[in-house]
Design a protein around this ligand. Structure first.
Ligand code: FAD
Length: 462
């Protein structure tokens, strides 16, 4: 049978764009791609990129105060959100154009439409057009989930947070994951009064406990009001005064599980993300979905229907851009180059762009100790950059080491630029470096990361 396309990709985000571009540009496949919103997807339009730019913007406040203490004459007049937002939107437009150009140059036919799977070899667009394809790739990502509470719609999610008209004066962030914590630090830096509710006992569940405590303590010291063991029971429009920073208006009244009532100008829910599979026609086509609606795939990203594959957040494996990209590359290698390539999901380094940043790779202390006897090497110290001006901010560096093999099983760094550091530590850990390999590496002085190669004795063995 002659198909309209060799590959039809649904979703033009990190994974879909990469797979489409490489399949068309490097293997000569005839590729179609449908995107219902904006090319670039979550990462470029409403995730990593705008977030990181907001992190940069928000860090200047602290930086300017520090500059003053270093001797600079500094006058801080406040943050001009509309000016920043205009520049941010222009940058996202530029990046969207870059993605469009990449696809065009590779010869991918792009449809600015929602698409769904009609059967194992055909895709139907929202305008009713149907195309056949030898292979279909589902790369539809995920979306923020709103909690099931009264009037949750009064709040916003990370989809809207980059487009606010004004900076909220009083902001509630609900959630304790990395997006919630990053947003708390961003808005705190930009000048909002930030309160954070999290139902669990400590923020950043799933990460190393010591690092979590360290970050929470710093966030609180820098003015974020963290309420643990706390959820939102309900919300209403507040009648009284208050309102946005530049435009007084009624705020949002929030009833908490601790029996208190608060008023905020904005409530941001960062309470998890769900895979985008609703209405995609997947189950009818025979594709298996998991409990959370995720597409169930094997190690080659193939679904229960042999011609349909899925990559990225929609598969709910590891929700990170570089992982979606790798899955897209591995898919092309497997299907279009005849070289079956599974994606290696082990030892993925990652960063949380809180302030201070957290970079980690490998096992947490508890995970490692549950598997085998380990030694923990850990230090916290005031870095010279901060100690010089009397700041209390401390860096945390930690190595989790196997007693038996001496391999470094986990590295955890809480420090400015920890994301940059962990990328390199990740190479060593991926190569199977031992504690002794770290020890015989000469320190770079004076740096923060030199502590990683000068940790003498374990602080505990487990
Ligand atoms: P997406 O990028 O979500 O792309 C899916 C695309 O499919 C979207 O453009 C969507 O519009 C489109 N689509 C959906 N359904 C259809 C349909 N039926 N028809 C047509 N098109 C459709 N990751 C990191 O690695 N580092 C970070 O710092 C980071 N920060 C983040 C911050 C935030 C606030 C968020 C929300 C996410 C962040 N992520 C980060 C995660 C990262 O953005 C995702 O892991 C990544 O974008 C997943 O790529 P994807 O291709 O699977 O899906």
């Amino acid at each position: 049978m002659e198909f309209d396309f060799d590959l039809f990709v649904i979703g033009g985000g990190s994974g879909g764009v990469r797979a489409a571009r490489v399949a068309a540009g490097e293997t000569g496949a005839r590729v179609g791609l449908a995107e219902e919103s904006r090319l670039g997807g979550t990462c470029v339009i409403r995730g990593c990129v705008p977030k990181k730019l907001m992190v940069f913007a928000s860090e200047y406040a602290k930086g300017m105060h520090e500059a003053a203490d270093y001797g600079w004459e500094v006058k801080i007049r406040g943050f001009d959100w509309p000016r920043f937002r205009k520049r941010l939107e222009a940058e996202l437009d530029r990046l969207e154009g870059v993605y469009n150009g990449l696809l065009e140059n590779a010869g991918v036919r792009v449809f600015a439409r929602r698409a769904m799977v009609a059967d194992a070899h055909s895709v139907r667009l929202a305008d009713g057009k149907t195309f056949t394809a030898k292979h279909i790739l589902i790369a539809t990502g995920g979306r923020p989930a709103l909690p099931e509470i009264g009037n949750a719609g009064l709040g916003i999610t990370s989809n809207e947070v980059f487009h606010l008209d004004e900076l909220p004066r009083r902001l509630l962030i609900v959630g304790g994951g990395y997006i919630a914590c990053e947003m708390a630090c961003i808005f705190n830096g930009l000048g909002s009064k930030v309160t954070q509710f999290y139902r669990g006992a400590q923020i950043l569940r799933g990460f190393d406990d010591e690092a979590r405590g360290h970050i929470a303590e710093h966030m609180e010291r820098h003015g974020i009001d963290i309420h643990l063991g706390t959820t939102v029971l309900g919300m209403d429009r507040a009648g009284g005064a208050g309102g946005l920073l530049h435009k007084p208006a009624g705020g949002i009244e929030v009833r908490s599980s601790t029996g208190d009532t608060f008023t905020f100008d904005q409530v941001l829910f960062a309470t998890g993300r769900i895979p985008n599979t609703a209405g995609l026609g997947l189950e009818a086509a025979g594709v298996e979905l998991g409990r959370r609606g995720e597409v169930v795939v094997d190690e080659y990203s193939q679904t229960a229907v042999p011609s349909i594959y899925a990559i990225g957040d929609v598969t709910d494996r590891v929700q990170l851009t570089p992982v979606a990209i790798r899955e897209g590359m591995a898919f092309v290698e497997t299907v279009f180059r005849g070289n079956p390539t599974p994606v290696d999901h082990e030892l993925i380094p990652s960063a949380v762009f809180t302030q201070p940043e957290y970079g980690s790779v490998g096992l947490t202390e508890d995970e490692a100790a549950a598997r085998e006897p380990v030694e923990i090497y850990c230090t916290t110290f005031r870095p010279m950059h901060k100690a010089f001006i009397g700041r209390e901010d401390r860096v945390l560096m930690k190595l989790v080491v196997s007693k038996a093999t001496r391999r470094v099983l986990g590295v955890h760094i809480v420090a400015d630029h920890a994301g940059e550091m962990i990328q390199l530590a990740g190479v060593a850990v991926k190569m199977g470096a031992t504690k002794e390999d770290f020890d015989r590496t000469v320190a770079v002085h004076p740096t923060m990361s030199e502590e990683l190669v000068t940790l003498k004795s374990p602080v505990r063995t487990l």
